[in-house]
Design a protein around this ligand. Structure first.
Ligand code: NAD
Length: 316
């Protein structure tokens, strides 16, 4: 391979190699991209770099490939801000090389207000920036079937499309910069509401003497079903694994983002406020690092019943 050919090969950077970033980087490598990765935890970066097309670098700045795409898959806007500040203060001006042909893609679930501020800052140096948060969790990240909710200009999205393709089952352009992050928070508000509502309904039924397995089966043939009753309860609750791969603290972050959006838009959302309050209480009472599906364990604790198929210990 000559150096000219090497230069022509598509390359992409990924910063943040957690539960989502690691499988996404691997999918890009599998799709034929040369991937440069960085994580603040060097051991996770080293593990991801076992892939033949993935290289771990020691500084986030070195993930930048001139005119390439840079994906951020970080826990929160606060962390994104820190990483962006580090990139833009590089005396070598590496991020400026993205102005011609490149794009920065924030694929984490960040705060839309902060996303707009970062977008304005990037626009000053002509660096394209879009928000492209994802839905579908670790399984969809591994299979490349994520739903990607894009905010930003169509022109910037077109630059990102080649790297989104191996990751996404669907790419939906939902609006201007920040729109993806806003919609992602609202989606997770719905998702969290469905999860805790299902837990409460099953707890009442269990105490009434019904079998949680029978109830779930019946609900999934009825109009009360949702993503949690169809997918999360069978895979992560009834198995007692509580390991969906999306932590409770990140869900609470998203619920707070949704709450700020409600305040910003002066929308009365009493139910959403209560859901955020309940998830926050569960976060403070469950062990650190608990999965978001553990909120069902928290409901079990508060209602004194165990949501297990086959068994019913109710003495109603
Ligand atoms: P995670 O906590 O598993 O991973 C975050 C990674 O970022 C970690 O490896 C951490 O070491 C790294 N990191 C932290 N600070 C850093 C820094 N300054 N520089 C470089 N790396 C840094 O989180 P996750 O579950 O992969 O989620 C990432 C984002 O995607 C979050 O915004 C989350 O809300 C969102 N999300 C997660 C899921 C899911 O199912 N896990 C689904 C959709 C969206």
């Amino acid at each position: 391979v000559t150096s000219a050919e090497t230069d022509l090969r598509p390359a992409v950077g990924v910063i943040g190699l957690g539960r989502m970033g690691a499988p996404m980087a691997r999918r890009l490598g599998d799709a034929g991209f040369e991937v440069r990765v960085f994580d603040v935890d060097p051991s996770v970066a080293a593990r991801v770099a076992l892939h033949p097309r993935i290289t771990a670098v020691d500084d986030g700045r070195d993930t930048i490939v001139p005119a390439g795409a840079l994906i951020l898959m970080l826990p929160s806007s606060g962390v994104v801000r820190g990483v962006i500040d580090h990139l833009v203060t590089d005396p070598a001006g590496s991020i400026d090389t993205l102005a011609g042909g490149g794009v920065v893609i924030d694929m984490g679930s960040s705060d839309p207000g902060e996303t707009c501020r970062i977008g304005e800052q990037m626009a000053e140096s002509g660096v394209p920036f879009i928000d492209a948060p994802v839905s579908g969790g670790v399984a969809a990240a591994e299979q490349g079937t994520l739903a990607v909710l894009v905010g930003g200009s169509s022109e910037h999205l077109e630059r990102a499309r080649p790297v989104l393709a191996p990751l996404a089952g669907r790419v939906v352009h939902v609006g201007r910069l920040g729109a993806g992050h806003a919609l992602k928070a609202l989606n997770n508000l719905l998702s969290a509401t469905g999860l805790i509502a299902a837990a409460e309904a099953l707890a009442v039924g269990t105490r009434f003497g019904l079998d949680p397995g029978v109830m779930l089966d019946a609900i999934n043939a009825s109009t009360g079903r949702n993503n949690s009753t169809e997918k999360k309860f069978p895979a992560f609750v009834f198995t007692r694994a509580f390991n969906a791969g999306f932590t409770l603290d990140l869900m609470v972050k998203d619920l707070r983002t949704a709450e700020r959006l409600a305040q910003l838009t002066e929308t009365a959302t009493p139910l959403s406020a209560l859901v955020a309050e309940l998830f926050s209480a569960a976060l403070s009472e469950l062990p650190e690092g608990a999965d978001h599906t553990s909120v069902v364990e928290w409901v079990e604790r508060n209602t004194g019943c165990r949501l297990e198929p086959g068994g019913n210990s109710s003495n109603f």
